[in-house]
Design a protein around this ligand. Structure first.
Ligand code: FES
Ligand SMILES: [Fe+2]
Length: 354
């Protein structure tokens, strides 16, 4: 299965015979805690794919900006006077000062916080304040790709990667019927989870753990018939769980490497997990609902309880992976095929280890 990243499984995952199949091994524990592997993952996975980092509604006015630390690279996105978005490394070419401090804000001009070099809205150097010589050549900010899809802003550091809408492929069709533009931002939660980004990714990608890790969720919907469906692109999949009468959860989606969404009655959540080094991940939920959506507070409370259960389990798994008593396990052919695909893509991105 390690070459699954190059293939295109187009099948429903449930119902696979559980005996007489060759079982896939998990990624060995080392992949979840080796800083050297993390360094090898950063560029091909987080630098060379589009990663969701913000929303259009955070850039209402010219000059509005948002910073992010993308797998160790400091970046910011800013709305220009002409309404377009621009993104740069938040790093001045003089002596690596920041153009904006971390967080969100509005800045009419791009002036380095350290010694005051000024840049135009496209990142070109305008002036090197009191430098004592002519402004040096080739001292512009480094731009990165930025794009937005249905209100969600993504960046991609690698300039050779296709534009966002091309890169997303057929995935947007899966939420074409969800009226995202009519939903309003409700709230955000951020958990600083002590686990590698892949530990949470593995957890997101299977419904096997639902009856045991999320008993309340499994009463809310038919977790024993949770399905993960691929539609020809190994980078993404759609999860469905047959609803009961007033189910909260029904459809989830995943896009490589760390983007997920949850569809609620008259609502939608982005669920993403950004790596903070190789030992931690920020698990971020952002909720959006229609103005007349029923039971919003209960839905969010329930989702947050499920997130707590996942975060606690992932931290425990990570401690066990780090304990030196476990190397590799086996994947359920009925439930954990998506992990085999995911692990294959990670292996393909990193290449053979020494
Ligand atoms: S580091 Fe930016 S002006 Fe010196
Ligand atoms: Fe879970």
């Amino acid at each position: 299965m390690s070459d699954a990243g190059g293939g295109a499984p187009s099948q429903q995952i449930v119902g696979v015979a559980s005996s007489a199949v060759e079982l896939d091994q998990t990624l060995p524990a080392r992949w979840y805690n080796d800083p050297g592997i993390w360094q090898r993952e950063r560029w091909p996975i987080f630098g060379s794919n589009w990663v969701h980092v913000a929303y259009d509604h955070q850039f209402r006015n010219p000059g509005d900006y948002v910073t992010e630390n993308l797998a160790g690279w400091p970046i910011f996105i800013r709305r220009n006077d002409d309404g377009s978005l621009r993104a740069f490394y938040n790093l001045c070419p003089h002596r690596a000062g920041p153009l904006v401090f971390e967080g969100e804000g509005c800045t009419k001009n791009l002036v380095c916080k350290y010694h005051g070099w000024a840049f135009n809205s496209e990142g070109g150097l305008l002036s090197a304040r009191d430098f004592g010589a002519d402004a040096p050549e080739n001292m512009d900010l480094t731009a990165i790709q930025v794009g937005s899809w249905r209100g969600m802003v993504f960046v991609c550091l690698n300039p050779e990667v296709a534009p966002l809408h091309e890169w997303l492929g057929e995935f947007p069709n899966e939420v074409a019927d969800v009226p995202l533009e009519t939903y309003r931002f409700h709230s955000r939660s951020v958990r600083h989870v002590a686990c590698n980004w892949k530990t949470y990714g593995d957890n997101f990608l299977e419904g096997y753990h639902l009856p045991t890790t999320h008993p309340a969720m499994s009463r809310d919907a038919d977790a024993l018939n949770y399905k993960v469906v691929y539609k020809g692109d190994p980078r993404w999949n759609i999860h469905t769980m047959p609803p009961r009468d007033a189910s909260t959860f029904s459809v989830f989606g995943y896009f490589w490497p760390t983007f997920g969404f949850d569809i609620f009655p008259a609502g939608f959540a982005v669920e993403r997990w950004l790596p903070r080094g190789h030992t931690h991940s920020d698990l971020i939920f952002e909720y959006f609902f229609a103005d007349d959506a029923p039971g919003v507070e209960e839905i969010v409370k329930f989702s947050e309880e499920v997130a707590d259960e996942d975060a606690r389990m992932c931290e425990h798994v990570q401690r066990n992976l780090d304990a030196g008593r476990y190397d590799t396990g086996v994947l359920s052919p009925k439930w954990e095929y998506p992990l085999a695909v995911f692990h294959g893509m990670v292996r393909d991105a990193v290449g053979p280890l020494d």
